[in-house]
Design a protein around this ligand. Structure first.
Ligand SMILES: [Zn+2]
Ligand SMILES: [Zn+2]
Length: 182
């Protein structure tokens, strides 16, 4: 089988670069070893899809977030395979329907003091009898907790683990919140 290893090379990133464009695949030049011209991120994703590779990490198994910082690809569970990515997408959709805001709100209502994302995820798994690794429980619970935070019900009290671009791109591994008071 012909190889379609896609490489993304960083271009110079200006200090005032748009952070969203940066983390979503901008400021890079995309090349495939087969010689296909890949003009931009969209073309690279399309080529990854037609060669059965994950469209998030382009088959590399890692996501380059900013120059000098990468992490294992969460879209395909670090496999680089399109099939794994599609399976995981379905699992995300299932997690969204199974783990509702009401369930999470009910579970954290009894917690006094700060609680960690991983604690709440474990509570959800136990309560719903979800086996570890089948559904993306952590990412779903994180989305819900961030939503409650945005609505003012919760306050994020942990410091970020990494500042990737000042305070505009930050990484939280296992953040913790507490209930807003008053
Ligand atoms: Zn190719
Ligand atoms: Zn991937």
């Amino acid at each position: 089988m012909r190889k379609h290893t896609i490489t993304a090379l960083w271009e110079e990133v200006p200090d005032d670069a748009d952070d969203l464009v940066l983390v979503r695949g901008g400021f890079r030049v995309y090349l495939c070893v087969c010689g296909r011209q890949l003009a931009d991120r969209a073309a690279a994703e399309l080529h990854a899809a037609e060669t059965d590779q994950c469209t998030t990490c382009l088959g590399t198994t890692v996501q380059d977030i900013v120059p000098g910082f990468s992490q294992p690809c969460t879209a395909c569970a670090g496999t680089g395979r399109r099939r794994a990515q599609l399976t995981w997408q379905l699992a995300h959709a299932e997690a969204e329907s199974v783990i509702t805001v009401e369930i999470v709100r009910g579970l954290i209502a009894g917690l006094t003091g700060p609680f960690r994302l991983s604690e709440v995820a474990d509570l959800v798994r136990e309560t719903l009898h979800l086996p570890v690794g089948r559904l993306p429980v952590g990412p779903r619970v994180r989305d819900i907790l961030r939503g409650l935070e945005a609505q003012g019900e919760l306050v994020l009290i942990s410091a970020p683990d990494e500042l990737l671009r000042g305070t505009s791109v930050m990484l939280y591994r296992d953040p913790y919140w507490e209930h807003a008071t008053g």
